[in-house]
Ligand binder design. Structure first.
Ligand code: TYM
Length: 331
């Protein structure tokens, strides 16, 4: 049986990118594999969240995960900071991670550009912590979106390097996984390329959004002045809207607007209205379930306790074995 690990930062609500990039694949795998899903609250500390609302954010993300259909009886769902073994493995893996490779990481360069006032060491070593999350369960597959590809490459590098340094065959090589052949990148609504919680206002559609909020955001989505030639290649902002349709609309709807585009008769207002309604239909059951779960604290607490216990078992074993390999033996 293969081991699968995936996670999400606890920095904001779940959006369609998270769902189609990672969760949908995880759902398909949870009954046939040894699956772990966690809320990355240690990772969220790089942005210095307010202590008074950190806990509520973790709870919200956990509930949203459960509302998506992650089954705590099949998969182990836990909070990253409930597993201090991750912090120990992170420390140990940091010894074999080189500053040069961490500085070259695309997500680090992007963070420097966006948050020049807070370039902390946690940001630099973010990929090492992420590797620790994956290696702690000696995972084979990691369902993630396209934006995490480089982090997975680095995880393999750190795991392989550990194996080489200590002449062991301990960590398997984890791969970024999608049931389709390619990793997914769901575009945002503002023409910026990627749907993300830290992108601008109006970029992302969250599973918890109300119908009113969804309609408002979609109607504001960036478009152009329309096609100027029959059957022309779509510019990126328009292609993005079609990609979003691809995720939530019926094939007939997509071909209808595709034909309209090719014939130069398309009205973007109509396309957006349809897209908004399809998104509302898609997200409504999740929103309902989230609201229902949020009021069920006993259940949430039980899930978290049970998850921490199961994840601990695996984490403790790995750290014990890694310590032995390194030579940190008990007296
Ligand atoms: P995060 O919290 O940004 O996103 C969680 C998951 O959602 C995917 N995703 C997307 N997929 C497609 N299109 C998009 N627009 C889009 N936006 C987000 C991400 O690829 C990810 O799979 N570093 C990770 C969290 C993490 C993790 C891990 C993941 C920490 N440790 C170990 C897997 C394994 C992150 O920031 O994801």
């Amino acid at each position: 049986m293969e081991t699968v690990v995936s996670g999400i930062r606890s920095t904001g609500n779940l959006h369609l990118g998270n769902y189609f990039g990672a969760i949908k694949n995880f759902l398909k795998m949870q009954h046939e594999n040894n699956c772990y899903f966690f809320i990355a609250d240690y990772h969220s500390l790089t942005t210095h969240p307010n202590p008074s609302d950190l806990h509520d954010k973790v709870k919200q993300v956990l509930v949203e995960y459960l509302a998506c259909g992650i089954d705590p009886e099949a998969a182990t769902i836990y909070i990253q900071s409930d597993l201090p073994e991750i912090a120990e493995l992170y420390l140990l893996m940091n010894m074999n991670a080189y500053i040069g490779e961490l500085e070259r990481c695309t997500s680090f360069k992007e963070k420097i550009r966006k948050h020049s006032d807070n370039i902390n060491a946690g940001l630099l070593t973010y990929p090492v912590l992420m590797a620790a999350d994956i290696l702690i369960h000696r995972a084979h597959k990691v369902p993630v979106g396209k934006d995490q590809e480089q982090h997975l490459e680095m995880t393999r590098q750190f795991g392989n390097r550990f194996n080489r340094i200590y002449s062991v065959d301990y960590f398997p090589e984890p791969v970024a996984f999608n049931f389709g052949t390619e990793l997914v990148k769901i575009p945002g609504l503002d023409g910026s390329g990627k749907m993300g919680k830290s992108e601008g206002e109006g970029n992302a559609i969250f599973l918890f959004d109300t119908a009113v909020a969804i309609r408002k955001k979609v109607m504001k989505a960036v478009t152009d002045t329309g096609p100027t030639q029959l059957n022309q290649t779509k510019p990126e902002v328009i292609e993005n809207l079609f990609k979003l349709m691809n995720a939530v609309s019926k094939p007939d709807t997509i071909s209808y607007f595709d034909e309209q585009y090719n014939a130069m008769t398309i009205r973007y207002g109509d396309l957006k209205k349809q897209l908004a309604e399809d998104m509302v239909l898609f997200t409504a059951p999740f929103r309902e379930k989230i609201l229902e779960l949020l009021s069920n604290n006993d259940y949430i607490n039980k899930v978290v306790r049970q998850g921490a216990e199961k994840a601990h078992e695996s984490g403790r074993k790995t750290v014990k074995e890694v310590r032995e390999i390194i030579g940190l033996k008990s007296f």
